[in-house]
Design a protein around this ligand. Structure first.
Ligand code: 3DU
Length: 240
């Protein structure tokens, strides 16, 4: 294991990663459709997280689950699993500091460990940090052109904002490599694995720290087997 591991921030995320030998963060994007009720989605979320306890370092929750369950149930979920996972609120905040601050305070009260915000709007620097903060640098989808064209400025903004880490799409090899070089101390989260095209483990190969995976696990007929396969591919890359 890398000797500097213990000093890495955010501490809770890296401690869970070390304990479980996992760089996998689940995007828990379950939602209700015409045939499912919020309580069914809640039950499915609980059983999914129970079954994946040993394999995940973190869980990312955003609009699909929050709109389905409401924040009361989200708080319940966070309370149930707060010892087991690093919990990230992914609402990609991009408002004025006054509003972002209100959102961060709520996320913290709900029990999240971190939030994801955009960087392009500026103004993250002076927010009071009750939880960790990650900034979006490059997104994984092919149309994320404007972010890519402003990569250097977003990297600078990440430093100015003093975020704990950044999000760089797993599908964008050169940008992960460049982000790693420019921000050697920051934790890099990479979504876009499997369904969006990135091979499990590849983002770690390019210098990313954690891979965020949603549908390849949540929609799998055997989520545990799918998660295990991804974690094994990641361990394989890290052991090289
Ligand atoms: O494609 P998946 O189902 O594995 O889900 C990817 C998740 O990561 C999803 O929650 C989405 O909101 C998030 N995400 C990206 O896909 C790309 C980004 O650049 C940032 C976040």
């Amino acid at each position: 294991m890398d000797p500097g591991f213990r000093e890495k921030a955010p501490a809770k995320l890296w401690e869970l990663a070390e304990e479980k030998r996992s760089r996998l963060i689940l995007a828990l994007d379950l939602y209700s459709n015409n045939s499912t009720q919020p309580q069914e989605v809640m039950n499915r979320s609980i059983s999914l997280l129970e079954s994946l306890k040993d394999l995940l370092a973190g869980v990312k929750i955003g609009l699909p689950l929050s709109l389905t369950l409401g924040f009361e149930r989200i708080a319940e979920l966070l309370d149930t699993f707060k010892q087991d996972f690093y919990m990230i609120a992914d609402f990609k905040l991009s408002d004025i500091p006054y509003i972002n601050q209100i959102a961060l305070n709520f996320f913290s009260k709900l029990g999240f460990d971190a939030a994801i915000a955009h960087l392009f709007q500026g103004g993250l620097r002076n927010l009071r940090r009750s939880i960790d903060l990650f900034g979006v640098v490059v997104m994984s989808h092919p149309d994320s052109r404007l972010l890519q064209e402003n990569f250097q400025r977003l990297i600078e903004e990440a430093s100015i904002a003093d975020v704990d880490g950044v999000v760089v799409g797993a599908t964008k090899e050169s940008f992960i490599r460049a982000a790693r070089k420019a921000l050697p101390e920051k934790t890099i989260l990479s979504p876009g694995v499997v369904v969006q095209g990135a091979r499990p483990g590849s983002a770690l190969e390019y210098g990313g720290d954690f891979e965020i995976v949603g549908r390849a696990i949540t929609r799998s007929p055997d989520p545990l087997a799918s998660a295990r396969k991804i974690v094994e591919a990641e361990r394989d890359v890290l052991s090289r």
